[in-house]
Write a protein that binds this ligand. Structure first.
Ligand code: PMP
Ligand code: GLN
Length: 378
């Protein structure tokens, strides 16, 4: 067998997105905003092209953009990342995650993954010869039992991956979680990969606990981030990784040969745009209103729900409706009812337990209203 990833098939996001398209269904499956990015950003990209920023950017990213990223991390989290050596601009968070994993995970190294988990982590571990050590989080609150995580640590543990706010459950790690994590990692050489792509999308006055706020975690961590989630332009595929110099140095060794550098004009545009302070701070309120609208509209439906605390996803429990497996139910909803979601068993270890579908509420109010009409009739 020549396949390095024999078990891997097309990502559920592609599968459900294509099925939604084929059946002309309302698409709340793959996570992307149903509204456009700021026209000022379009203009800035065009301007950067017109003024000749059309050749390779520096390998690490445009310096003025790295400066803005470091400044943001410092303003929000009081961290001290140096733009010269500790930030790399990447092709979305996906590349940052893949690169961090491939720079450090050797054959037979163990990586602890909290399940449900975003679908890109495991293939990246496996293709590099690593072993996934899954830890199942349980509905309805998906709290991490750090004692269980501690017990999963062995001399072969190279990395631990966290994701807060969490896709697909919408849970957010607390200060207590971060301190517990800090305690169990103390004295180990484990690298922490903290996927924080939804850092600005938190609700109900919850504060995002970035690893950047905890020096003892940050000294061993990669933080990955995505402009797509923050500025409504997932198709631009731009993000970054932040890490201390000794870790970033290894990351850049892989980055420079996998990618070398990222789309230059878009980096110039973001460097300029990020100088307008604080626009990302409104994002939580913006999406909280969407979440509240969506939940209000479907409150009489037969779905059960715990409001999402962050991300632009809401899990709906359909156990009162049918016993069907979630993939079968999600497919039927597309074909028969005209609404697309993401079955969550694909992120999970314990598939039997899960009667949950994930819905993306980053959509216009009109789309959410149409979706609710369908969900209320199921
Ligand atoms: N991590 C998580 C948890 C995500 O939800 C996503 C995007 N859906 C990514 C990483 C990838 O981000 P990007 O699109 O910037 O590659
Ligand atoms: N992160 C998006 C989601 O969770 C999907 C991105 C992708 O399709 N790779 O829906």
């Amino acid at each position: 067998n020549t396949s390095k990833l024999p078990e891997v098939t097309n990502s559920i996001f592609s599968v459900m997105g294509q099925m939604a398209h084929a059946h002309n269904a309302i698409n709340l499956s793959q996570g992307f905003p149903g509204f456009d990015t700021d026209p000022k950003l379009h203009a800035l990209v065009t301007e950067a092209m017109a003024s000749g920023h059309n050749q390779y950017a520096p390998m690490q990213g445009v310096y003025s953009l790295r400066e803005q990223i470091a400044l943001k991390l410092n303003t929000l989290y009081k961290s001290d990342y140096h733009p010269e050596t500790e930030i790399t601009v990447t092709v979305g968070a996906t590349q940052a995650i893949y690169t961090a994993i491939s720079a450090f995970v050797h054959v037979n190294d163990e990586v602890i993954v909290l399940k449900p988990a975003y679908d890109s982590y495991e293939p990246a571990i496996l293709v590099n010869g690593g072993k996934v050590v899954p830890i199942q989080l349980k509905a309805p609150d998906y709290k991490v039992d750090w004692e269980i995580v501690k017990q999963a640590i062995t001399p072969a543990t190279k990395m631990l991956i966290i994701n807060t706010p969490h896709n697909p459950t919408g849970t957010v790690l607390t200060k207590e979680d971060m301190l517990a994590l800090q305690a169990i990692l103390e004295g180990t050489n484990i690298i922490l990969l903290s996927d924080e792509v939804y850092e600005h999308i938190v609700f109900d006055r919850i504060v995002h606990e970035s690893v950047a706020k905890y020096p003892k975690l940050a000294e061993r961590a990669f933080i990955t981030a995505s402009f797509g989630k923050t500025f409504h332009n997932t198709g631009w595929k731009m993000g970054y990784a932040a890490a201390p110099k000794h870790l970033m140095n290894e990351f850049q060794k892989v980055h420079q040969f996998a990618v070398f550098s990222v789309h230059h004009p878009t980096q110039k545009a973001f460097a300029h745009y990020l100088k307008t302070p604080n626009h990302y701070l409104e994002l939580g309120a913006f999406y909280q209103r969407k979440r509240d609208l969506f939940l209000e509209l479907i409150k009489e439906s037969r779905f059960k729900m715990t409001p999402s605390s962050g991300t632009y996803f809401q899990l709906l429990d359909y156990s009162a409706i049918t016993d069907e497996h979630d993939v079968a139910f999600a497919e039927r909803l597309i074909k028969e009812k005209g609404i697309a979601s993401i079955p969550t068993s694909v992120f999970n270890l314990d598939q039997e337990d899960f009667k949950m579908l994930r819905f993306c509420f980053a959509k216009t109010d009109e789309t959410l209203e149409q979706a609710a009409t369908i969900l209320n009739a199921i």
